[in-house]
Design a protein around this ligand. Structure first.
Ligand code: UDX
Length: 441
């Protein structure tokens, strides 16, 4: 089929590339000319393992094309995907400005009946609203179908081809059939429902995963107090199939482009209907507190962090991405600088992006080795393999005692037991902390 995808952010680009890979003819549109020129050269504007090879292959075979021209994107398209951003507004609601702008441009350029697929995460009722806009503005029949996206950054290509389900929300049977036919080659179970339920599935799923994380983080805080080990607790919980083991890793909270924005948007949608949803409020508040857990632990250990030389390892919100949106490194480094610490930071991929959002007083190192060289204290904020694999041996080689605050529970007792130079603190694992000797400063 001929498919156009509007918006070449994470969701749009990955969807467009994947649809071309399964044999559709895909035109991706973005209004950013520079970005489109880059894409036409086969260069990905996002860091995502595997995407560039797939892009290049499909550009070469003629299945994938990029444009800034709405007429080109609308002509001959059997289906048109809307995959633009719905960022969080200051009041926590989703900003639908970009969706509206796309609808206006598409409506003005359509010459044939078409199925419009909304991939962007949008508040419940948005698909109905978009349908009414097309009904008013377009001169041809448009059927709007909800098809939310569940891919994770860093494993987006894998998730697209091996996802657990594809959700199709259609109020028009034939339009739903079109989207089911487009997705047939992915060989992933398809669940069909109405548009509003599909929109709600996306929010409910993301908010549930965020709830799991905040829940295990609160349990980790209890484990700290009560001398239990949250890793074993999570393992024991996850063995119950009704609970499941995924998303039970305690740490310094969730970040990224989805969970923070979607939990806020869900809460705001409930509140707008007069429903307070205290559970969602607690998930969000718990996460904000959890992001500063390492600072609490460091303050307990040292009293004041003023003048301390602190190495911060990992800045992106999770490994395998350069995305800094809502990354715990933002509140953590801001607090460290405010408290008067001397901060040196390193991230394998996100350093350029980080420089735009982190406090200016931070010094950046070119490697883990350089970052920890003079440090008395090390914070691990993101569990990049590149950071974790060498860190303990680099500390030994450096021959200088350090206090290590690990926000991602990266090391087990076995790995630490022979490392005499580290005093180690992690999240919800007090036994590990106590087993290591205190460094005197
Ligand atoms: C998430 C959803 O997983 C995906 O389905 C949706 O489409 C977009 O939002 P993403 O934000 O890319 O994907 O990352 P994910 O891997 O889900 O992690 C989100 C955050 O939760 C990260 O900050 C991660 O460090 C944190 N996390 C995840 C935990 O703290 N503990 C866990 O057990 C899992």
């Amino acid at each position: 089929m001929n498919i156009s995808v509007i918006g070449t952010g994470y969701v749009g680009l990955v969807s467009g590339v994947a649809l071309s890979e399964v044999g559709h003819h895909v035109t991706c549109l973005d209004i950013n000319e520079e970005k489109v020129a880059q894409l036409l050269r086969g260069e990905s504007p996002i860091y995502e393992p595997g995407i560039e090879e797939m892009m290049k292959r499909n550009i070469k075979s003629g299945h994938l094309h990029f444009t800034t021209d709405y007429k080109e994107a609308c002509d001959e398209a059997d289906a048109l995907y809307i995959a633009v951003g719905t960022p969080e507004k200051e009041d926590g609601t989703a900003d639908l400005r970009f969706v509206k702008a796309v609808v206006d441009s598409v409506a003005a350029n359509l010459t044939d009946a078409i199925t419009v697929v909304i991939k962007s995460t949008v508040p419940v009722g948005t698909n109905d609203w978009v349908q009414s806009l097309f009904d008013e503005q377009a001169e041809v029949v448009v059927n709007v179908v909800s098809n939310p996206e569940f891919l994770r950054e860093g494993s987006a290509i894998h998730d697209t081809f091996y996802g657990d389900r594809i959700i199709i929300g259609a109020d028009n049977q034939e339009a739903g059939d079109v989207v089911a036919a487009i997705n047939k080659s992915f060989d992933i179970p398809i669940f069909r429902t109405d548009r509003r339920s599909a929109e709600m599935i996306k929010y409910a799923a993301n908010a549930f995963l965020a709830t799991k994380i905040s829940y295990i983080n609160e349990i980790s805080n209890m484990c700290d107090i009560m001398n239990a080990n949250v890793e074993d607790v999570a393992k024991g919980m996850g063995m119950d199939k009704r609970i499941g083991s995924g998303f039970l890793n305690a740490g310094i909270g969730y970040g990224g482009s989805c969970f923070p924005k979607d939990t806020s948007a869900l809460l705001k949608q409930a509140e707008a209907q007069g429903m307070p949803f205290p559970l969602m409020r607690a998930v969000i508040d718990t996460n904000a507190d959890q992001q500063l857990k390492l600072i609490d632990k460091a303050e307990d250990r040292f009293g004041s962090l003023k003048g301390k030389k602190i190495a911060v390892l990992g800045l992106s919100f999770k490994p395998n991405t350069d995305d800094m949106r809502a990354a715990p490194s933002i509140p953590v480094t801001s607090r460290l600088i405010l408290d008067g610490a001397e901060v040196t930071a390193y991230d394998p991929i996100a350093m350029n992006a980080a420089k735009n959002v982190l406090p200016k007083a931070i010094t950046y190192a070119e490697s883990v080795k350089e970052c920890i060289q003079d440090a008395e204290v090390i914070f691990i904020l993101t569990e990049w393999k590149e950071i974790l694999s060498d860190l303990l041996s680099l500390i030994q080689d450096n021959n200088k005692k350090v206090v290590l605050f690990d926000g991602r529970n990266s090391y087990g007792y076995q790995e630490l037991k022979d490392i005499s130079l580290v005093e180690y603190y992690s999240i919800g694992r007090p036994l590990l902390t106590n087993q290591l000797e205190k460094v005197s400063y």
